[in-house]
Design a protein. Structure first.
Length: 412
């Protein structure tokens, strides 16, 4: 289900809008349109959907149109053409009163420069939007305190905002946005003004908050590493166009244009490419009820000396070897349960390959990929991981620090 739908949105700044659209239809560039009309095409036919409870990141360099596009969604900037839907409501069709209600109840915004009121305390800053909406003092204080606790600022409510660090001030801005419990959170370069270490902490904090809140988040950034870290999906913009939309892995492994390819070429793929991307189907799986003879036949058929064992619900029980199955068969034991080795390495599908590598180097068997219910989804073998990291070493050698020596030792 889509929380936000952007359809064919344009934004042109300048007085000669109609002439600019004629030039757009003729395929003229942003620079040509500016030269001929004096108008700037900030957004050019942008379309995408943001799923319910998704963290969707729009990223691009300065001037790409990303912040303008965000402001078109809540109509801080009026689009020149197109549609913006919040659920089943077209934002461009509502009047001013309905728009204010939408901003107060459905969506909140976190700005890059905090936007705090220096003459008000932390608590009063967080209460501000609720106060404007006419909420009773006791109720708005309760909601503000809940929001401050959510972002880790309980105990700071009576301090003035200029007494806080930059990271703490941004937490106040985040608490203010969360105080009215919005369905949608719009974040415009929210962490860009912070020092790198504080910025990384805020990224982690946002991920932790989202795991608890499950909001729909639309996040603007110019930092690709930030986009890859927090985004479920990413839209990359250039000169007003949305040039690609995809998951972090899709952006890295299948860049849609040379621009995107150049953008991502120095990214550490070992931190982004996951087990799910490189895993293979387990060659064959057997159930405990099948017994040693069935296990032996299956291993002979696929030419392997080990085989995974799952129950009827596909939950991983362990692994058995050909030698142990022959031993049980010679003893005329019909149940293979006594020889199931459950001491095997497993990872979740979203585990980055950098975190799998060291396990794979010491594990006697391929790494099992399982979900929260311990269902066997696939396997990742050592050779596949080594091949992927070798590709990264070739394309971006500086990112293999810490694993390169281990790769060399393994190859030797």
């Amino acid at each position: 289900m889509s929380a936000i739908t952007v359809k064919n949105v344009y934004k042109i700044f300048g007085s000669n809008t109609e002439e600019a659209f004629k030039l757009i239809d003729r395929g003229k560039s942003k620079e040509q349109i500016l030269d001929q009309t004096g108008s700037t095409v900030a957004i050019n036919n942008a379309s995408f959907e943001v799923n319910l409870r998704e963290t969707f990141v729009i990223m691009g360099l300065s001037g790409s149109g990303k912040s303008t596009l965000l402001r078109c969604i809540n109509r801080l900037i009026e689009p020149s053409r197109g549609q913006v839907w919040i659920g089943d409501l077209n934002v461009l069709d509502v009047d001013k009163e309905q728009l204010l209600e939408l901003r107060r109840t459905k969506m909140s915004m976190v700005f890059q420069r905090f936007g705090l009121l220096p003459h008000r305390s932390v608590l009063k800053n967080v209460e501000f939007g609720l106060e404007i909406s006419g909420m009773a003092p006791e109720q708005r204080e309760e909601k503000a305190m809940d929001a401050l606790e959510l972002v880790g600022l309980k105990g700071y409510e009576h301090q003035m905002t200029d007494e806080l660090s930059g990271g703490m001030q941004q937490r106040v801005g985040l608490a203010r946005a969360l105080a009215n419990d919005p369905e949608i959170l719009l974040m415009d370069e929210a962490f860009s003004a912070l020092d790198p270490l504080i910025r990384a902490d805020m990224q982690d904090e946002l991920l932790a908050l989202q795991a608890r809140m499950h909001k729909t988040i639309l996040f603007i950034t110019h930092d690709l590493d930030e986009a890859l870290k927090i985004g479920d999906r990413i839209a990359i913009m250039k000169d007003g166009y949305v040039v690609q939309v995809g998951t972090p892995e899709e952006i890295l492994t299948s860049p849609a244009t040379d621009y995107v390819k150049a953008f991502v070429e120095n990214v550490d793929r070992t931190k982004i490419i996951t087990a799910q991307t490189i895993m293979k189907k387990a060659p064959s799986v057997i159930h405990p009820k099948d017994g040693p003879q069935a296990a032996i036949r299956r291993m002979e058929k696929i030419g392997m000396s080990t085989i995974y064992v799952t129950d009827a619900d596909k939950r991983l029980k362990g692994i058995v070897t050909i030698d142990e199955m022959i031993e049980l068969n010679n003893q005329e034991v019909k149940d293979l349960g006594s020889k199931i080795n459950d001491d095997i390495q497993s990872v979740f599908p979203e585990t980055p390959i950098r975190n799998i590598f060291r396990k794979a180097m010491t594990a006697p068997y391929p790494i099992a990929v399982t979900n929260d219910s311990n269902e066997l989804l696939g396997i990742v073998d050592r050779a596949t991981i080594l091949a992927e990291i070798r590709d990264v070493k070739t394309s971006a050698p500086r990112h293999t620090a810490g694993v390169e020596d281990e790769i060399q030792q393994e190859l030797e």
